[in-house]
Design a binder for this molecule. Structure first.
Ligand SMILES: [Zn+2]
Ligand SMILES: [Zn+2]
Length: 181
């Protein structure tokens, strides 16, 4: 694949995971790791009443940072994200602009009154990130529960979602790159 991936931490709290996440995702999807773009949460994406950030606004800001269509941006934040028809989202992607954002807010065990657990947090982060990379590579949500592209609206659904793709999604993942070469 010719796709290049940037991981952009939007706050200090998620910065420490960016190198590890970039490495894992580039290995998994055979992407070229990129660095050098710095960004922050856009102020205009903040909804004061809900104390949440509007994911769509973040994605349109990220799109402006991209150079080419082959570049994909995955941003990370510890803030809570929402979109209009959902109370919250753990991750959101735009498959046309190849941008995405994921949040650690609701995947931290502390959010549920449990002790910190970085191993668990990282496995959830990778699961979220991998799903959004799937979208940026053109995959749609999948109805198969045993697939990485299955929708996880709750933490339980996320924890039960495998990090592997179903046969149909694998085919859709590899087809475009076969056409290119
Ligand atoms: Zn999805
Ligand atoms: Zn699938």
């Amino acid at each position: 694949m010719n796709e290049k991936l940037y991981i952009i931490p939007l706050d200090e709290g998620t910065r420490k995971f960016s190198g590890w996440l970039l490495n894992e995702l580039c290995k998994r999807f055979t992407l070229k790791p990129q660095s050098g773009i710095v960004s922050r949460l856009p102020e205009e994406s903040f909804n004061q009443k809900q104390n949440q950030y509007y994911a769509t606004t973040i994605l349109s800001k990220l799109e402006l940072l991209k150079g080419t269509d082959f570049e994909m941006i995955l941003a990370t934040t510890e803030e809570d994200l929402f979109i209009p028809n959902k109370n919250f989202v753990m991750g959101q992607a735009n498959s046309t602009s190849h941008t995405s954002v994921i949040s650690t807010f609701r995947i931290k065990p502390e959010f549920y009154g449990l002790p910190e657990d970085e191993v668990l947090l990282k496995s959830r982060l990778l699961n979220l990130a991998s799903h959004e990379v799937g979208h940026m590579l053109g995959l749609k949500n999948c109805l198969n529960k045993d697939c990485q592209m299955y929708v996880a609206d709750t933490l339980t659904e996320l924890d039960n979602r495998p990090e592997t793709f179903c046969a149909e999604c694998i085919l859709n993942l590899t087809l475009p790159s076969k056409v290119k070469t």
